[in-house]
Structure formats: C-alpha cells, structure tokens
Design a protein around this ligand. Structure first.
Ligand code: NDP
Length: 249
C-alpha cells in the first residue's frame, strides 16, 4: 500500500530515541526526509546517521521545544535542507512522577511546558510551511494516562490538554488542508523501560490490565503515525487514536 509520503518532510520532536526515533525510521523508510530533533544533539545525530546508512534522508537538530526561538530555527533548518515542512509529530515528552503534595512547581511546569507549550510553539512554527503547500499533518503524541494515573497529576493533565489542543486546532486548520490528530499510546516498551530494574513487575502489571496479552512496541506507534500522516487518513481530523492493547481508562 502506497502511503503517499514519498519526498514529504517530517519533523519529529524528541526523536533521538524511543518512540520518536522509531517513528522517524519508519517515515524515512516510506521515502520521507526527516528532521531528528532532540535536546541531546549527539544522540539525535546518531539516529540521523542510522537513517542515512539505511538509505534515508535525515538531519539532526538540537532543540528544546519549550524555547520558541530554537523551535523556529529547527523548522527553518528542515525547510532549508528539504524544501518545506509537511508533517509535524509532537512527540517530545517526559514524566516527573510524584503525588500532589510532593510534586513541586518545577515538576508541574516542566511536564506541562514540554508537552503543551512545546506543541504550541512547534505548531505555530510549522503551520506557515504547511499553509504554503495547502497540505499538512500534525500528530500529537498524548497518552492513555490522560484518563488519570496516581502520581501523574502533571503528566495526565498535560496529555489530556494535548487532546483539547488537538480538537481546537483541527477545527481551525481543516480548511487550510492541515489535519490535526492525536495518538494515545498505552504501555510501549522502549530501551529505557526495558533497562529498569523492576521491568518484570511493570510488564506483569501492564499485561494484567490490557486486553491484548503482549506489550506494545515502538513500531506500533510509528505505524499509527505513518497512517495518520498518509493520504489514507485525509478524512480524519480532530480524533485521538488509542494504541493501548485494548486498555481504556
Ligand atoms: P523517551 O524518554 O524515550 O523519549 C522522549 C524524548 O523526548 C527524549 O529523547 C527526550 O530527550 C526528549 N525531550 C524531553 N524533553 C524535551 C524538550 N524539552 N525538548 C525536546 N525534546 C525533549 O520517551 P518515549 O519514547 O517512551 O515517549 C515518547 C512520547 O510518547 C512521549 O510524549 C511520551 O509521553 C509518550 N508516551 C510514551 C509511552 C510509553 O509507554 N513509552 C506511553 C504513552 C505515551 P532527553 O532524553 O535528552 O531528555
């Protein structure tokens, strides 16, 4: 099946590793040029070189998505290298888990800042490039945690907020040829999660709550992103796709 993505350009934030890196690799395999952007330039560069070694097109850019100036420079670098920005995947995110009385203001600001202000800056910087071509895709990586998890008041708030942001933007942008959707992953095994000392217990708990009895992989999210970015998803906007192994709430 041709996804219609060949020669289009994608920016994926927080894509040095994990879900973002796998998404970049899959989009590059579909013939897209990809901008690997992350806080850690060396790691982003290694991911970009891996994509190039496999025959893909990629550049690495250092960018803290909370910083509007850095975000604008990242989009400009993508445009300069590849001639536009067609797909934006707002993937950068992090957790700072604590119950509410132990959670300090910095933990709250950091998680909401990266998730929500980061998406705000990235969309505002990418949209003019999409409007120039009358075509674009914005895909926001939310989380099943939007339903609420103990110890994650900041993360659950941010990921639920991202869904509201997605809905509002989808209504604003549809007539300009830009769709805006969210993907809410459930538990997805990244190298980092696999390296945790209590990995076996985490996995056992996850499987007990899922309908599907195996853990999600980064390629499960990358595949959902590729579909949402494709021509096959042209009539889908403002939705949230749950890739959770059948767990809701
Ligand atoms: P990772 O921590 O492996 O990757 C996230 C990346 O985002 C890291 O490379 C990190 O950089 C980067 N990042 C953090 N802060 C910033 C910032 N201010 N600006 C730019 N980049 C930043 O996470 P995952 O791959 O597991 O998750 C990717 C997305 O998927 C996140 O939004 C996450 O919330 C979401 N998600 C993940 C799930 C899972 O089970 N894995 C489940 C549900 C949602 P650095 O490492 O240098 O700090």
């Amino acid at each position: 099946m041709d996804l219609g993505l060949k020669d289009r350009v994608a920016v994926i934030t927080g894509s040095a590793r994990g879900i973002g890196a796998e998404t970049a690799r899959m989009l590059a395999q579909e013939g897209m040029a990809v901008v690997i952007s992350d806080l850690d330039l060396d790691a982003a560069d290694a991911t970009a070189r891996g994509i190039e070694a496999a025959g893909g097109k990629a550049i690495a850019v250092q960018c803290d998505v909370r910083d509007e100036e850095q975000v604008r420079k990242m989009m400009a670098a993508g445009h300069e290298a590849f001639g536009g920005i067609d797909v934006l995947v707002n993937n950068a995110g992090l957790v700072k888990d604590r119950t509410i009385l132990k959670m300090d203001e910095a933990d709250w600001d950091l998680v909401l800042g990266v998730t929500l202000k980061g998406a705000f800056h990235c969309c505002r910087a990418a949209l003019p490039f999409m409007h120039a071509k009358g075509w674009g895709r914005i895909i926001n990586i939310s989380s099943r945690a939007l339903f609420g998890n103990p110890g994650q008041a900041n993360y659950s708030t941010a990921k639920a907020g991202l869904v509201g942001f997605t809905r509002a933007l989808s209504l604003e942008q549809a007539r300009k040829g830009v769709t805006v959707n969210a993907i809410a992953p459930g538990y997805i095994e990244t190298e980092y999660i696999k390296s945790l000392p209590n990995y076996d217990t985490i996995l056992e708990n996850v499987i007990a709550k899922n309908a599907v009895t195996f853990p999600g992989q980064t390629s499960d999210i990358a595949g959902a992103v590729a579909f949402m970015a494709s021509e096959h998803a042209r009539y889908i906007t403002g939705t949230t796709l749950f890739v959770t192994g059948g767990r809701y709430g």
